[in-house]
Design a protein around this ligand. Structure first.
Ligand SMILES: [Zn+2]
Length: 1070
């Protein structure tokens, strides 16, 4: 690069720099004239370059502003690198001591500093140390009317202010007030000056003390903003308007600022101005900043609940003092839901999070979490339990001592009908749990022992399903009659409040059966799966009437037997009778009854059109609708239409509101509030015996109008981000669709977004955690069928009853060559059985060799669904079981090579009761493996005991794998445990060289990544985290000594690699 006279520009800069340096060094008596000449040359050099191709000349505030470097940037760089800034700053100090200081020289110096400052990272510090801050400030104060001098000074001030210490110091010096003297209402004059003042003010206001100083000026800023909004009709000064908003944004980072904003009617002002900006695309930045400020200032509110504790309480027989349940219920009344206003800045910080930062944080947290205590990475040697105590678990491992002497190999059919095991195995297997459960209803026939013979029940024939008309919803009743031409299916769903299955008819007198035993009323007589409507029972009289009047109809259940070999509605109803729920559910949801037939085509993931922090139109509309609630409160209906906290749950319908229901297995919806004609706020229930963990939802909606777009807002989500922001949709099941031959969950919903809302809870209620704010997951939905009954869920539901049905049907897949045994490992706190399966191949004969091979097969131990909200873990387990029981050569050879021990559902109670994370003890069971309590965590205690028993008899499994679902990551992947990889991660230098570790733990994930397109080796990790030390994976690795101990995670939302990548698809369960 050359300049005029052909001298390379860098040389010229260096030459001028040398002169300046010399000048500065030489004497106390600088000749101001010489200094000015040299400075002028420097400035000229920089500015000359700027004008070369200066295309921003027309934009007044751009010409010659900091950050605007053309080729001059390089020269400035050279100047800075040689220490030019320091010399300039010293010149400023010297010049300031002249009396009077030369205005022209100051102007020159500041012009150069404005150029050089932004290029020097330490400029702020240097300026402070040299004492230049005050010189500039004083110059400003004395020359408020001298715009020519003001501009470069303000530019330099802006660079000073980007340093926090400087900003505070300048604030103390009255600079915030000074800026408010410069900025003002709309004017065509001095716009560049105004712009720079606003930016400087914005930079200053990042300091909290400065923001406090500016609180009194909030009304002024709002006034000025409106003025510019009104007068800048041609939108030439968007940057000024944005500058004003930037100041407001920073002031409202503090609580006082938010209050001042609300008091000054800021919400209405920004709301109205934003609405007027909507048609002009170029004004998007203004709308976005406005909406950010409005969201931040929206007054915090508690959830519309009397308490955030779960609606349902399960009385534990043993409540450890200091445990989560004791803590929860010892909280003083009213404490849990008081909004804690002490969090001045937390919101502001969170608002500024970009996705990348969040991911960064995640990764960082991960690194902090890596286990660094080498002793905690070494095998735990203590065998805490004596063998005598473990010996009772022998009965779960009969295959290890099986001699097949009673098995008739000549007549293999026996193998199909009876469990091929020694006679002793037919005794019920009772594992003592220290919990003394109340005696069960003898007619309840719970899953006990190996249950090849279910309790005799009258055969259920779908043809005998009685359809009864609604008794309480008289409107619907007459409605259905007045449409004689309506199709049968239509009428079915339309008229029906309830479908009673089985010829046994309804229970007499609304809960009559209930008096005689503790069974849920409808389950005892026959299951009623309800279609919409209130939960009132039919009397026997009503029933008889309906029967006589011939209103009974036949429910057309799609024949899914071929498509769903493990599904059987009759069996489901039979199985549900022994499922125990805390709320004593008496209804069955249609999707669980009818089953889910996966669509043949893959489902596309919604194209990602917006992110969390970039509020493009769909998201913005939602935000604005939320803000309207505050601005036009009279437009809000605020009508509670469903509430589990009140006795009858459903509030009497008063004209066209949707009906909600969640009182069925795995259901979760606590409350529904109609806020506008077609908009509902939904509140999820906490896990039982807890006050949080909301994420899973599953509920029923009916009474919809066709063609109207409904908006649903789940307002108490807890996670700071969600796959719903990345294209995931909610799942919907339409009963109308199902009876038309399409019984399936479909991904649906538009305008889906997930964002922080104005609801919050106290830090005490949040368990001292930071996450006090709630998030809204919102989606819109237009229903296609009149009088439909639809279900919405977070992910494909998989109930405990579904598992029992699948296990029962699985037996039909058994061939004479297959060894399948079902045991009951234990009972849960809620009185449900925890099944344990053993799958392997029968020995070919009773020869010694064969029996020996049979007994000595390595064990593979699998478990799933410790977290109830991760339903995909159950679907993956279902696939595993079907495969292992299947007839493929691979399954055959696997059975011949291994014994599979499987606990398919580690947390049946959580699943039954619609929990997201915990069991009835209010705890995450996958954090209890280190020291599980037989009273509080029986499934974990006994599963661990099985493994301890195996370790004690030297038969520890070859592989242990616990199935989970991942709500944020894509693909299927594994977490394993490696001492070496953990050590590498943390750089514990000591001993790492002596570590010897078999790489076998990588084999299985490697094989999976080669065989399964959804599996991603890159997503796998083998690092042991401190926060995971009590999980199944880590405990089984460390205490049981299983080298191949894994957590297998399956995404809730598609893959970003392999065959299923792009266009992205949602993995379909089932
Ligand atoms: Zn999990």
């Amino acid at each position: 690069m050359t300049t005029e006279k052909g001298i390379p520009s860098n040389s010229r800069v260096l030459m001028l720099f040398g002169q300046l340096e010399k000048l500065n060094r030489e004497s106390m008596l600088v000749d101001p004239e010489i200094a000015r000449q040299i400075t002028a040359k420097v400035l000229h050099l920089i500015q000359t370059q700027d004008t070369e191709g200066d295309h921003v000349q027309g934009l007044q505030w751009h010409g010659g502003y900091p950050g605007d470097f053309g080729g001059g940037g390089r020269r400035i760089g050279v100047f800075v690198s040689k220490g030019g800034t320091g010399i300039l700053l010293q010149l400023v100090i010297r010049a300031s001591k002249e009396s009077p200081p030369s205005e022209e020289f100051m102007l020159q110096l500041h012009s150069v500093l404005a150029k050089v400052g932004p290029k020097d990272r330490k400029f702020g510090v240097k300026a402070r140390l040299n004492g230049a801050l005050n010189v500039t400030v004083n110059l400003l104060k004395q020359n408020l009317q001298n715009h020519k001098l003001l501009l470069p000074c303000l530019l330099v001030l802006q660079v000073y202010s980007s340093n926090t210490v400087n900003a505070v110091s300048l604030g103390k010096n009255g600079v915030v007030e000074l800026m408010f003297k410069i900025i003002g209402p709309y004017s065509k004059k001095n716009t560049s000056l105004l712009k720079v003042s606003l930016d400087t003010l914005g930079a200053l206001l990042k300091s909290k003390t400065n923001a406090q100083r500016a609180v009194v000026h909030v009304p002024v800023l709002l006034y000025i903003y409106q003025d510019w909004h009104r007068n800048d009709t041609r939108h030439r000064h968007i940057l000024i308007r944005k500058g004003i908003l930037g100041c407001l944004k920073n002031i409202t980072n503090i609580k006082l600022g938010r209050k001042a904003f609300i008091d000054a009617d800021g919400m209405r002002i920004l709301y109205n101005t934003s609405n007027e900006c909507l048609p002009v695309r170029t004004l998007d930045p203004l709308i976005n900043t406005s909406s950010l400020i409005m969201r931040k200032c929206f007054p915090k509110n508690r959830l519309p609940l009397s308490t955030i504790k779960s609606v349902f309480h399960h009385q534990l027989l043993c409540v450890p003092a200091g445990g989560p349940v004791a803590q929860l219920y010892n909280q003083p009344l009213g404490v849990d839901d008081v909004v804690d206003e002490s969090d001045n800045y937390e919101d502001a910080e969170a608002e500024n999070d970009t996705e990348n930062e969040m991911e960064e944080k995640d990764r960082h947290a991960g690194n902090d979490d890596v286990e660094t205590d080498i002793n905690k990475l070494r095998p735990k040697e203590t065998h805490s339990r004596p063998f005598e105590e473990l010996k009772i678990y022998e009965r779960f491992f009969m295959e290890l001592s099986e001699d097949f002497q009673v098995f008739n190999f000549d007549n293999p059919k026996r193998g199909v009908t009876a469990t091929p095991a020694a006679p002793k195995s037919h005794r019920p297997i009772i594992v003592p749990t220290t919990q003394a459960l109340p005696p069960k209803n003898p007619t309840a026939a719970p899953l006990q022992g190996e249950c090849p013979h279910p309790a005799p029940v009258p055969a259920l024939d779908l043809d005998t399903i009685n359809i009864t008309k609604d008794q309480d919803g008289c409107g619907d009743h007459t409605h259905s009659r007045s449409h004689p031409g309506a199709g049968l299916e239509q009428e079915l769903v339309q008229g029906l409040e309830r479908v009673a299955l089985d010829g046994a008819g309804p229970q007499a007198g609304g809960g009559g059966v209930n008096k005689h035993n503790r069974q849920p009323p409808i389950l005892a007589g026959g299951v009623a799966a309800r279609l919409g409507g209130e939960g009132e029972e039919m009397s026997a009289e009503d029933w008889a009437e309906e029967e006589e009047s011939g209103e009974g109809a036949v429910l057309h259940v799609p024949d899914t037997a071929l498509l769903l070999p493990l599904h059987d509605p009759d069996l489901y109803v039979e199985m549900v009778k022994s499922t125990r729920s805390v709320p004593q559910f008496s209804e069955v949801a249609y999707p669980d009854y009818l089953g889910h037939v996966a669509p043949t085509s893959r489902e596309h993931i919604l194209e990602r059109v917006y992110g969390v922090q970039s509020p493009l139109p769909p998201f913005r509309t939602k935000i604005f609708q939320d803000i309207e609630r505050l601005i036009h409160p009279n437009d809000i209906l605020d009508k509670v239409v469903y509430d589990l906290d009140i006795q009858s749950c459903t509030v009497v319908d008063g004209g066209g509101s949707l009906k909600f229901n969640s009182q069925f297995e795995s259901g979760n919806l606590r409350k529904a509030v109609q806020v506008r004609k077609f908009e509902y706020d939904l509140v999820l229930n906490s896990d039982i015996n807890s006050n949080h963990y909301h994420q899973w939802f599953y509920f029923e909606v009916s009474g919809m109008r066709v063609g109207s777009p409904y908006r649903f807002n789940i307002i108490n989500c807890e996670k700071s981000n969600s796959q719903f922001n990345y294209g995931m949709q909610v799942l919907m099941y339409s009963v109308q669709e199902a009876i038309s031959g399409r019984p399936r969950w479909v991904r649906t919903g538009t305008d889906i977004c997930y964002y922080k809302n104005h609801f919050s809870r106290s830090s005490i209620a949040a368990g001292g955690q930071k996450g006090k704010s709630y998030y809204t997951m919102t989606f819109s939905m237009t229903f296609n069928h009149k009088d439909d009954v639809c279900y919405f869920a977070y992910h494909y539901p998989y109930t405990y009853t579904t598992l029992k049905m699948h296990l029962q049907k699985l037996e039909a897949l058994r061939t004479p060559q297959t060894y399948l045994r079902k045991d009951v490992l234990c009972e849960t706190l809620g009185g449900n059985s925890c099944p344990l399966l053993t799958i392997t191949a029968m020995p070919e004969s009773t020869s010694n060799d064969q029996i020996c091979q049979f007994r000595n097969r390595p064990l593979v131990f699998l478990s799933s669904r410790v977290h109830p909200g991760e339903t995909n873990a159950s679907w993956v387990m279902k696939g595993t079981l079907e495969f292992l029981m299947g007839s493929s050569p691979l399954a055959h050879s696997l059975r011949e090579a291994y014994i599979f021990k499987i606990v398919p559902m580690l947390n049946p109670d959580g699943v039954v009761n619609g929990n997201h994370r915990c069991s009835l003890s209010g705890e995450d069971l996958n954090r209890q493996w280190q020291n599980p309590s037989p009273e509080l965590h029986p499934t974990i205690y006994h599963t661990k005991s099985l493994l301890q028993y195996l370790a004690a008899i030297q038969r520890a499994p070859l592989v242990f794998c616990d199935y989970h679902g991942h709500s944020r990551k894509k693909n299927v992947f594994m977490y394993g445990c490696s001492l070496k990889e953990t050590v590498w991660e943390t750089n514990i230098s000591a001993t790492s060289c002596e570590l010897h570790e078999d790489l076998g733990y990588r084999t299985l994930p490697k094989i999976l990544s080669q065989m399964a397109p959804a599996f991603s080796m890159a997503s796998c990790s083998f690092v042991v985290e401190r926060s995971k030390e009590a999980t199944a994976r880590v405990v089984v690795w460390r205490e049981i000594g299983v080298k191949r101990s894994y957590t297998m995670e399956s995404t809730l939302c598609g893959c970003d690699q392999g065959k299923y990548k792009q266009p992205e698809y949602v993995l379909v369960g089932g």
